[in-house]
Design a protein around this ligand. Structure first.
Ligand code: DGL
Length: 276
């Protein structure tokens, strides 16, 4: 029994395959642990759904991952982190999984942004759901009430990335339309608050120029997870270190395998599961 306790995995959940970009950088920094990735590809995108539905779907995903022997789960999805995380941490976990942990991607990113800004003007681009929840704005203000958070929802960016059109000319035009109002308001830091935007990072950097620091979660989360695990040795001690990578998705399409492999940086073979 004791041995089994030391063989737990780290669960990574996203609405689709965007979170694989975060899994890629996490596994680079912390390669020894066992990871289970779950993408809810049958029901993606979450960014256009109500917070009630996102909460229900996220709850089903964390049930699955905990039942699959995860000790800790990262919601590598900004929409789920915005709409569901707090309720899961405050209401669901204490009742059903009191010893387990679910973490999001929002707070680590906000903490990083606070250290980067000089003029306190921080831009956030994300899905409609994340922007509607104002979660980034609230967390930024909690850390520093002087921050001016300038938010912009970018509903066309997820479909563009999903269609593999990130290098098309029209993508630049659309990015310009979304980013110009933020640049005009003199932001000096920009949070890419959606898992899909990492793949657009280079284009975004080109548009906003060197003056604006662009923060991509795939670069922030691995170091924050490392710090978290060092601080929480009770959790760390339970984690297996056999370098296992297991991928699940709720729909298996060519697109998931193709784009997922691109996001992860090497080929993935996912198993299909049903969430309920
Ligand atoms: N994973 C979502 C996020 O980070 C983007 C895709 C979606 O809308 O489901 O917000």
């Amino acid at each position: 029994m004791k041995g089994a306790d030391k063989n737990k995995s780290i669960g990574i959940f996203d609405s689709g395959f965007g979170g694989l970009d975060i899994l890629k950088t996490i596994t680079k920094k912390l390669p020894d642990y066992n990871y289970i990735y779950l993408g809810d590809t049958a029901r993606t995108p979450y960014g256009t759904r109500s917070s009630e539905v996102v909460y229900e779907f996220t709850k089903q995903a964390i049930n699955f991952l905990f039942e699959s022997n995860c000790e800790i789960i990262i919601l590598a999805c900004n929409t789920a982190s915005s709409d569901a995380l707090k309720k899961i941490q405050q209401e669901y976990l204490p009742k059903y999984y009191p010893d387990k942990r679910v973490l999001g991607v929002l707070i680590p990113t906000v903490e990083e942004a606070i250290t980067k800004t000089n003029n306190n003007k921080i831009g956030v681009i994300a899905t409609e759901g994340t922007i509607r929840s104002e979660s980034f704005k609230k967390e930024l203000l909690k850390l520093n009430p002087k921050i001016k958070a300038l938010q912009k929802s970018c509903p066309l960016l997820v479909p563009i990335v999903e269609a593999g059109e990130q290098n098309s000319n029209f993508t630049e035009t659309i990015l310009l339309k979304y980013l110009e109002p933020l640049i005009e308001q003199n932001i000096d830091t920009l949070i890419l608050g959606c898992t899909h935007y990492g793949i657009l990072e280079r284009k975004i950097k080109k548009i906003v120029g060197k003056r604006i620091v662009v923060l991509s979660e795939a670069k922030i989360i691995p170091k924050k997870l490392e710090i978290y695990l060092k601080k929480h040795s009770d959790i760390e001690e339970k984690l297996g270190k056999n370098k296992k990578r297991v991928f699940y998705s709720t729909d298996l399409t060519d697109k998931f395998t193709r784009l997922g492999s691109k996001f992860f940086g090497s080929e993935i073979k996912a198993k299909k599961i049903i969430l309920k």
